[in-house]
Design a protein. Structure first.
Length: 276
């Protein structure tokens, strides 16, 4: 009989110790002690705590709270998405989608959403639907995003918002390659096309002045000065101006997409409130 009790004690003690450690880790997380909490979760994983996927999920919560989105995503890669109840699978997928979105990997985030739809077709979450639209926006796939948005609006009965993608301020995205190419042949026009006319005028005037100086130098026999000072400086300004036009086009697009995303988020918040 004594031997029986000793065996039971030996088998059960680690379970109670692990359970206590898990409670302490959860307490640390709730207090905002994210580093200490994730170390505690990692220790439980290392010690063979049976519910590994839940621990990985909680560790990813800690990393996300610390702003370490890539580490949070990579932590979730260690989870087994196929051996758990649908409720836990959904949480694992959602956190993978969200963290990849937050770290700016919009194509990866979108692909994770497609995985979720494929393996868990019954799952319906407004945040997932919203993130799908935002991912498409950030990839400049506005036609696909508009179709998803129409479905989103219909699904959550937000029919008065259907024309947001038709608003003029959201319909024009600049082509950075085009802006760069134009700038090589027409100095300053690339910046103008990118949506920054003042910078375009400034760049155009500087480069026109350099060409004028070059022509004046050659006409008056100052070939060395014309070639090296005039043309050399013009060449540098022209290449720099073209690269700057490319950057400005990307910057303008980023601002446009950010404004569009803010509008979509406001609408999405209403859908989430309805769902709740």
């Amino acid at each position: 009989m004594i031997r029986f009790y000793l065996i039971c004690t030996f088998l059960c003690a680690p379970f109670f110790i692990d359970a206590q450690s898990l409670m302490e880790a959860d307490s640390l997380f709730s207090q905002g002690e994210y580093l200490s909490a994730r170390v505690a979760y990692e220790r439980l994983i290392f010690n063979g705590y049976p519910d590994t996927n839940s621990l990985l999920l909680k560790k990813s919560y800690c990393l996300k709270a610390e702003g370490k989105f890539e580490e949070a995503y990579n932590t979730l890669l260690s989870a087994d998405f196929f051996q758990e109840p649908d409720s836990l699978k959904t949480k694992l997928y959602y956190e993978s989608v969200l963290n990849s979105f937050l770290m700016g990997k919009y194509d990866l985030s979108y692909n994770k959403i497609q995985e979720l739809h494929n393996y868990l077709p019954a799952v319906s979450m407004p945040m997932i639907d919203l993130l799908e639209i935002l991912n498409l926006n950030n990839q400049h796939k506005l036609k696909e995003a508009e179709e998803k948005f129409k479905q989103f609006v219909s699904k959550y009965q937000l029919s008065d918002q259907m024309d947001i993608y038709r608003q003029k301020k959201f319909t024009k995205l600049r082509n950075p390659e085009k802006a760069e190419s134009i700038s090589h042949f027409l100095p300053g026009i690339g910046q103008w096309y990118a949506g920054y006319p003042v910078r375009g005028i400034t760049s155009g005037l500087i480069q026109t002045g350099l060409l004028t100086f070059t022509a004046y130098s050659f006409l008056n026999g100052y070939y060395f000065g014309g070639a090296f000072t005039g043309m050399g400086t013009f060449y540098k300004f022209n290449n720099g101006g073209a690269r700057h036009a490319h950057y400005l086009a990307e910057k303008k697009n980023r601002k446009t997409i950010d404004r569009l995303n803010e509008e979509i988020k406001k609408i999405g918040a209403a859908a989430i409130r309805k769902k709740v």
